[in-house]
Design a protein. Structure first.
Length: 244
């Protein structure tokens, strides 16, 4: 492993995560009025429903799958599923979700570039973000046929160990990627770069989506009526001068 690998897969992940968390916090504190999804639905609905729904279904499933698949230690599931079965399940489910997301983001990118009203009201960050997501989906789909060439699950296990080493600040993470092909490394680099640009784009609204989970655990609010509670059979008193 050369110096570039040590930087990209040993140091760069911490740079991206630091910017991701600190940048999001600073933006929330200083620019709360920009903390939104900036929907362009009012300009033209058109392809938005299909593109947005497909994109969100795909990316939410992939985020949950990558999070659980990479950060769950092997001993947690080794007693009821093998590495080979896990890889096959990841290829099928991830490939399906990736295809849905790829179609969705393609529709959104075409809509933003081809519709004059939407294009002129788009920021540079909007275009850059959609291009990055399009490339990331494409790379993810490209890893499926490559993964099919080694179905023993060994590389998938090393990728998961790399992620767990990074998350727990353990050394030796970079060496685990010695056998990883360039397409996997490029997919990983682009994924980390999306975390890097996250605080500077409309993606910050994702935090608000996660924040709504708090409402599930919030105590019930007791709402009292402003009208007087009068026992049945009695007339409710009226204010002086009130009409009948």
């Amino acid at each position: 492993m050369n110096a570039l690998d040590h930087f990209l897969f040993g140091l760069y992940p911490y740079i991206c995560l630091s910017v991701f968390f600190l940048g999001s916090l600073i933006r929330f504190e200083r620019d709360q009025y920009t903390w939104k999804s900036d929907s362009s639905q009012l300009l033209k609905a058109g392809q938005l429903r299909w593109g947005s729904n497909l994109f969100h279904i795909g990316i939410l499933f992939l985020f949950a799958g990558h999070f659980a698949g990479l950060l769950t230690p092997h001993f947690v599931y080794e007693h009821f599923t093998s590495a080979t079965d896990k890889q096959l399940m990841a290829m099928v489910s991830g490939g399906t979700a990736g295809l849905l997301g790829f179609v969705g983001v393609s529709i959104l990118l075409h809509r933003r570039l081809a519709e004059p009203r939407i294009r002129i009201n788009s920021r540079t960050s909007d275009i850059v973000l959609l291009v990055l997501l399009w490339l990331q989906f494409a790379l993810g789909l490209a890893t499926v046929p490559v993964s099919a060439q080694h179905m023993d699950g060994s590389l998938m296990m090393k990728l998961a160990e790399w992620a767990q080493h990074i998350a727990t600040f353990r050394g030796g993470a970079v060496e685990l990627l010695a056998d990883a092909g360039w397409i996997f490394k490029l997919h990983m680099f682009l994924g980390m770069s999306i975390f890097l640009v996250f605080p500077f784009t409309r993606l910050v609204h994702v935090w608000s989506g996660f924040g709504t989970v708090v409402y599930l655990f919030r105590p019930y609010q007791i709402v009292r009526s402003r009208r007087l509670n009068v026992p049945a059979g009695q007339n409710q008193p009226r204010r002086p001068g009130a009409s009948v």
